[in-house]
Design a protein around this ligand. Structure first.
Ligand SMILES: CC(C)(COP(=O)(O)OP(=O)(O)OC[C@H]1O[C@@H](n2cnc3c(N)ncnc32)[C@H](O)[C@@H]1OP(=O)(O)O)[C@@H](O)C(=O)NCCC(=O)NCCS
Length: 417
């Protein structure tokens, strides 16, 4: 193609991106039904129209796993990221923070910290080869990433070791070039090499085929700031005075014996969670080390509180993780902190009371908003505690496993990014 035509074409492409006319992944089931899934139709996942009544793998255990990595477009190479190296971890942070956008108009951007990435990507039994990066050959710039971490889960009655897929990201300049299918294929190959054939992942977009589609609810803790930064999905047509009144919270917590988790609480929490989670159709099977990893408080990453009775036995637990964002081009505010509910299990305290105290604690810790999915028993407290329904869906998916789909209140698992 002559150089000037090529330039013109690039300009058109840029304009298309700007006006969002570029091919986008479906956000709703209706859009999904009209979309041709060139990649996903080749994968062992149920079709969107399938009604599934049986359970089991879609493709039976591969006999031979491809030896050589999948080919990337010319000029790009695979690089397994060594996250124990601070410069590499920083590079990953840079890629995600520049390219992992949160809202549509680009004014609020996720801001992952190094500590958060270590927590999300290095749980017990993590493997370095599942931190899969793509670099540009000429300047070694990191432009793509996908990760998997191991997890044991229960899907209906089946207990299985799977991987959770996380933090898929392609640099903005390389979007719509079919890099994602290559990343997914290569990660699948590396996971298959370890004898695992199933994966669990969530996405905001509709792919073939969600096992459950959940809603993200949010509850302002600092309504003034949220209004000032025009936080997406906030209740419209409400004055600041009314928002402040509506979202007022007690100054202090009410529950006796509520305190931050310590390492010694891990066995008690493990048994509380297992008792509570086994009633759902999809739930994690957490080892003691995993309870420690995912729940033990880490500054600006995860907070967990427990309630102990007079005998010192744990009766309740609640945990939330921290999602920070940068606010772009705002004269006053530069950052925003959201707390996301991870697990809550209550054997003695009313769930709504436990969650109200959790909101008080999150507010005292400087969080601006509290988010929770309508999974597990969460519906029981969402409206009572003035959460409002957001427009974001979180779809849950299983790779190479079919099972009947489930309503959000049967999902007993939350996957932080
Ligand atoms: C998600 C992202 C990697 C997709 O990249 P892209 O350049 O739009 O898509 P590509 O051209 O590389 O690939 C398109 C294929 O990937 C699929 N795809 C897009 N987003 C996907 C996702 N989140 N998970 C799995 N597959 C996805 C598309 O459906 C399409 O396959 P199809 O032909 O079967 O429909 C990119 O938009 C991104 O980095 N976004 C910011 C981070 C993010 O949102 N990550 C996902 C979190 S769940």
């Amino acid at each position: 193609m002559p150089l000037c035509d090529k330039k013109k074409q690039q300009e058109i492409q840029r304009a298309l991106h700007l006006f969002s006319l570029a091919p986008t992944t479906p956000k709703t089931l209706q859009q999904a039904k009209k979309h041709t899934y060139r990649f996903w139709n080749t994968q062992p996942v149920p079709k969107l129209d399938d009604t599934i009544t049986t359970q089991g793998p879609i493709a039976e255990g591969e006999v031979s796993v491809r030896e050589e990595p999948y080919s990337l477009p010319q000029g790009f190479s695979w690089d397994t990221l060594d996250l124990s190296s601070p410069p590499v971890l920083k590079e990953l942070c840079g890629l995600l923070n520049e390219n992992y956008t949160e809202d549509d108009d680009n004014t609020i951007r996720l801001d992952f910290s190094l500590e958060y990435l270590q927590w999300a990507l290095q749980p017990p039994n993590w493997l370095p080869q599942w931190h899969c990066g793509v670099r540009v050959d000429t300047n070694k710039k990191l432009v793509g990433f996908i990760a998997a971490v191991p997890a044991d889960v229960r899907i209906y009655e089946t207990e299985k070791r799977v991987v959770q897929v996380k933090l898929l990201c392609v640099h903005k300049k390389l979007r719509f070039k079919r890099m994602t299918p290559v990343l997914i294929r290569e990660l699948t190959r590396r996971v298959n090499q370890q004898g695992l054939y199933q994966a669990l992942y969530t996405a905001g977009t509709v792919l073939p085929t969600p096992i459950s589609s959940c809603r993200l609810w949010h509850r302002p803790l600092n309504p003034r700031k949220l209004m000032e930064v025009n936080y997406p999905g906030l209740r419209q047509n409400i004055t600041l005075q009314r928002a402040l009144k509506l979202n007022r919270l007690p100054e202090v917590t009410k529950i006796q014996g509520l305190r931050p988790m310590t390492k010694e609480d891990a066995p008690g929490i493990q048994s509380l969670l297992q008792k509570n989670l086994c009633k759902f159709q999809l739930s994690p099977l957490l080892s003691l080390q995993e309870v420690e990893h995912w729940l033990l408080p880490r500054e600006n990453v995860v907070d967990t509180y427990v309630v102990a009775n007079d005998d010192g036995a744990l009766t309740d637990v609640v945990s939330f993780y921290s999602v920070s964002s940068r606010v772009l081009n705002h004269p006053v505010h530069s950052g925003l902190r959201a707390a996301h509910l991870l697990y809550v299990a209550s054997a003695a305290t009313e769930m709504t009371d436990l969650m109200e105290d959790t909101l008080v604690l999150a507010k005292a810790k400087g969080f601006d908003i509290f988010c929770a999915l309508d999974v597990m028993d969460n519906e029981g407290f969402l409206e009572k505690l003035k959460f409002s329904i957001g427009d974001r869906m979180v779809h849950y998916y299983l790779y190479n496993w079919m099972c009947p789909n489930m309503s959000p209140d049967k999902v007993g698992l939350v996957l932080p990014n």
